[in-house]
Write a protein that binds this ligand. Sequence first.
Ligand SMILES: Cc1cc2nc3c(=O)[nH]c(=O)nc-3n(C[C@H](O)[C@H](O)[C@H](O)COP(=O)(O)O)c2cc1C
Length: 541
Amino acid sequence: MSSSEDEDHLPSRILVLYASETGNAQDIAERTGREIRRKGGRCLVQSMVEFDIHELPHTPLLILVNSTHGRGQPPPDMVALWSALLRSGLPSDILEDVNFAIYGLGDSSYEKFCYAAKILARRMISLGAHLLTVPAAAAAAIGNGTNGSHATLDEQLERKLIIDEPENDDTEFGKTACLAWGDERAPEGGDDVLEPGWVWTRLARNKRVTDEGWFQDVREIHLQLEQALEVHLLVEATDIGGGDTGVPGDEQARRGGGSGVYDPAAGSRILRDHVDVRQPPRKSFFEWMARFTTSELEKERLEEFLADPVDQDSDESYSRGTATATTEAVLDSFFRKREIQLLVGLVEYKTNLKIKRKGLLSSWLQCLPEGYRIPTKLDAPTLFLPPPNANVPVILVGPGTGVAPMRAFAEERIRQGQGKNTVIYFGCRSKMHDFYYADEWDAMRKAGVTVRIAFSRDQDEKLYVQDLIKEDAKMIKEWIHDRKGNIYISGSSNAMPKQVRSAVAWSISDESGEGDISREEADRYVEDMFMSGTRGGEESW
Ligand SMILES: Cc1cc2nc3c(=O)[nH]c(=O)nc-3n(C[C@H](O)[C@H](O)[C@H](O)COP(=O)(O)O)c2cc1C
């Protein structure tokens, strides 16, 4: 395509292909499609994952809409198309009949801003496709020529990536959300049916953990998995009474406890709220069962099982025994209940036009009363996993609310007996105002974890996590370079991750006096670690 006259003869049927992770790109694609149709154009809007890749060379007019996620990664729905475009041996003119525009969604606070759209556009061009502006492509579809003027491809790419800031003209949105949800009573025994994969959780804590006067409202949110049914069954099988399981008609539960001074209702409340009755019980549970069972046969089988648990049937068949155990026995036998703990900063900001905006999820959570039931879906983690080999040293960097997953990692490391092989860097502005989990750090230190905390504004000179990393250059060099340790970073997507990487590279290089490699080599070393995402102890190390 070399002149604007050629563009005027572009065909008028347009395909809009989108790849979206959280729905914004899909929304833009559908809006674009509606607009083209409204103006008389013919248009098909389709997800990239549904698109037959063989059709691409025969698609004369195309708008691509896609976002960027992860560390500059495309949404999953773009992966098949992207892999097909990367296939080696494709003729460099295979897309010469394709005219396309691209609408990249991204957030400029990420290092790899709109990366997925940029690489997609470049690859399409390298295979012969012709880049248009979105208005030019739309105009071609509705028969108005293209409105487009030509520039070099590089210039076009820069100019034609439309960077999304989703529209939201409802300045009172956060407030409205609060009223709508906050006033609702937690449904008690209401419609319990959830889609497969979803569970009910109960909001057990919604506590502001920053000072009232502090500029940011940060909440500790605890969500407990509901287990009314399991509690009911356990109440029936044991001495723990009470009618407070949330299950109607549990007469059995009302028959009282057998262990002295005891509030039966409290018993089932404890089961419901404080222990995880879904976990396989500990060995002590079976010991108690053996002691309290009224059946000789069962006692014998339990004792056999305890002597050689490996050789026996599943634990489960024994936990369905007929023994009536005491409250203490049962409570002692289960682990403390697992819950999901979050640290949520209320998102509040002003746009360039000084319009106030609030984050949808954080402002909703902020308003919920404790006890509220929330349908919850738990997905397995994909990016953040501890090293498969627990002996690998682990460096955790989590300034601000980014500390929440790092705290969980540190706890897990302690459970694995690897406290001593773990360091956590936490940063906040002030000991007085936003020092999260202040009462936990000493215990973590006692368990062997090295805890390093940077209060950035409590002294004249600002101090950040990256400064502490440099102070610890000797250890960083040894753990990262010599022992092939792992680093995990969580928190702001702005300058922090880059500065942490730079501090690590400095520490392991000869610039710090600790390393033997040059700064350039160290930068490459750290970059490779982050790009590969390799976890220490895996084969590629
Ligand atoms: C976990 C996460 C990672 C992201 N990473 C990037 C990124 O690396 N680069 C970027 O430009 N935008 C990034 N974004 C911003 C998204 O591209 C942006 O929110 C977009 O509107 C999402 O569109 P979608 O709903 O169609 O997926 C990220 C967003 C999230 C939630």
